[in-house]
Design a binder for this molecule. Structure first.
Ligand SMILES: *[C@@H]1O[C@H](CO)[C@@H](O)[C@H](O)[C@H]1NC(C)=O
Ligand SMILES: *[C@@H]1O[C@H](CO)[C@@H](O)[C@H](O)[C@H]1NC(C)=O
Ligand SMILES: *[C@@H]1O[C@H](CO)[C@@H](O)[C@H](O)[C@H]1NC(C)=O
Ligand SMILES: *[C@@H]1O[C@H](CO)[C@@H](O)[C@H](O)[C@H]1NC(C)=O
Ligand SMILES: *[C@@H]1O[C@H](CO)[C@@H](O)[C@H](O)[C@H]1NC(C)=O
Ligand SMILES: *[C@@H]1O[C@H](CO)[C@@H](O)[C@H](O)[C@H]1NC(C)=O
Ligand SMILES: *[C@@H]1O[C@H](CO)[C@@H](O)[C@H](O)[C@H]1NC(C)=O
Length: 458
């Protein structure tokens, strides 16, 4: 992953004081907010009536107190916080700033569909999309699923690297549960048929010790009220049945089916000059860092491997170079990052390159609704232990694939590509389903099945 919010490392201690003050203020605000009378629900402005298209039912989207979503976005504007870079990252409905420097990479008429989208922007993007979803209902009694548009990743993002207390980092999560448990649909179902999007990897929401100030993350997912709430996340805990992984957001947000088709044909006709490539940074502070090994190996094999070294070149600023690199390679090396999965895997496939994994956890039991179960049809697996023993195995394995085999795998990726794209919220994709459509339809399908199973067992 190459956008780890570089600005966060700065200025922490000098701002602790302001930070603590604002935390206390925030808690007071949450308290005040939750204890004020609920405003009347706004009247529906549009009718969402597509009965024939919604065979699995409809979604009701809670109108949460803004402190749990919109205000978290707005607070990116608060110059008292070190956080201001997030404003740009989350602009344009979560897509981020319009991409630049694509003149020689993407056909000109497609460039407006490209953004420098942050890998953790899913909460904002899914919220915007679902408000415009064809199977959304404004009537709680007609809903099969209830969406809680809480920006929990944003709410903890600013605490993760700072000295904080368990209470700070959990404050918004606790406020959300306090609010939602008093809603009628929740009370009727005790939390089941509810779902949430986690913008970050599941590991950030699983602090084990309730009151530990030093352990990583919030304990949201270990709070008893969350037990029945289904979660979408870019990396799931494979032991947790209540979690579904959805593709990381990537830079291409098609406005129509023809945008998709045009990009697919660009990929088919592209001539690639490198057998493989690696985009990423080494982590010098980790002993025997596998990424460092891959990076060094790629530099050694410069006649067949193209490298973008993110520890030298700021990949989050020059994302065009990474796209150009993937577009010019048959395979891309995908060692694990913060988690087993990597956003770069999707950037790679978006450019029609074939991912090479070194850990089974990078693909097994992830993205089950979005990617083919037969991983060999679109990716290569080389065990990290074999690479550590002799890194030249990478080239030897990849060279064994002949032109036709490479082409076939690329074709597979190009075919399923719409399933990991996220279209604009006003796009009409006809019968094509993007990552969002598949995720929400999957949730509805799952809840419908639960209802049928419950009926059978009664
Ligand atoms: C940030 O503040 C400025 C000026 O107050 C405002 O125009 C802008 O819309 C704000 N941006 C966000 C993302 O809230
Ligand atoms: C990326 O964008 C920069 C700035 O626009 C440009 O100088 C550079 O050539 C671009 N890189 C590629 C690979 O197109
Ligand atoms: C974190 O804050 C606590 C309480 O303010 C303080 O006792 C502790 O020394 C701080 N830890 C670090 C690493 O700054
Ligand atoms: C509601 O769910 C919680 C957590 O799973 C459980 O402890 C509680 O017993 C449930 N209550 C009812 C009425 O089902
Ligand atoms: C790719 O290479 C083939 C054969 O060398 C050539 O005919 C074709 O025009 C090239 N395509 C592009 C897009 O450059
Ligand atoms: C890179 O090349 C050097 C010199 O040939 C060699 O000693 C080293 O083992 C190679 N490293 C990797 C990771 O391939
Ligand atoms: C390690 O690499 C060497 C050289 O490629 C090979 O002969 C040997 O079988 C490998 N060992 C293991 C345990 O894979």
């Amino acid at each position: 992953m190459y956008t780890l919010f570089p600005s966060i490392k700065l200025q922490i201690s000098s701002q602790n004081c302001a930070f603590l003050t604002s935390t206390i203020l925030l808690n007071i605000l949450i308290f005040l907010f939750l204890n004020r009378p609920t405003p009347p629900r706004p009247l529906p402005s549009t009718q969402f009536e597509f009965p024939d298209d919604c065979e699995f039912g409809k979604v009701y989207v809670y109108d949460l107190p803004p402190i749990l979503n919109k205000d978290l976005l707005q607070s990116c504007n608060n110059s008292a916080e070190f956080w201001s870079s997030r404003c740009n990252d989350l602009s344009n409905g979560g897509f981020g700033p319009h991409a630049t420097g694509l003149e020689h990479i993407v056909p000109q008429n497609l460039t407006p569909a490209w953004y420098w989208t942050d890998l953790y922007a899913g909460e904002v993007i899914y919220h915007k999309r679902i408000l415009n979803y064809k199977c959304r209902t404004l009537n709680q009694d007609q809903a099969t699923a209830f969406y809680i548009p809480f920006y929990v990743g944003l709410s903890i993002g600013k605490y993760l690297w700072l000295n904080h207390t368990a209470n700070d980092i959990d404050s918004h999560s606790l406020a959300m549960l306090k609010w939602v448990k008093n809603q009628d649909p929740w009370k009727k179902r005790n939390g089941s048929h509810h779902f949430i999007m986690l913008g970050r990897l599941t590991w950030d929401f699983r602090r084990i010790t309730p009151d530990s100030d030093n352990e990583w993350g919030t304990s949201l997912l270990n709070m008893p009220l969350m037990k029945k709430v289904l979660r979408l996340t870019p990396e799931r805990n494979v032991w947790d049945e209540m979690e579904i992984s959805v593709p990381y957001p990537n830079p291409f947000h098609p406005r129509s089916v023809s945008d998709i088709h045009q990009w697919q044909s660009v990929l088919r006709s592209k001539n690639r000059s490198n057998l493989f490539c690696f985009v990423g940074g080494a982590r010098k502070y980790i002993k025997h860092d596998f990424r460092d090994l891959v990076l060094t190996y790629c530099k050694n094999e410069s006649d067949s491997c193209r490298v973008v070294d993110c520890s030298v070149f700021p990949c989050y600023e020059g994302a065009n170079a990474t796209i150009a690199t993937f577009l010019d390679s048959d395979f891309c090396l995908q060692p694990k990052g913060d988690g087993f999965t990597r956003r770069a895997t999707f950037d790679c496939m978006l450019a029609g390159a074939i991912p090479v994994f070194f850990w089974k956890g990078s693909f097994e039991n992830q993205y089950q609704w979005h990617l083919p179960t037969n991983s060999e049809s679109y990716s290569v697996f080389i065990d990290n232990k074999d690479v550590r023993n002799d890194s030249t195995i990478i080239r030897r394995v990849l060279e064994k694939y002949n032109r036709d085999e490479v082409k076939k795998m690329r074709e597979t990726i190009i075919d399923f590509m719409p399933k990991f794209l996220i279209a604009t919220s006003d796009a009409n994709l006809g019968s094509t389903k993007d990552a969002f459509d598949i995720a929400i339809e999957g949730v509805l399908r799952k809840f419908k099945q639960q209802n049928e199973d419950a009926l059978k067992n009664n």
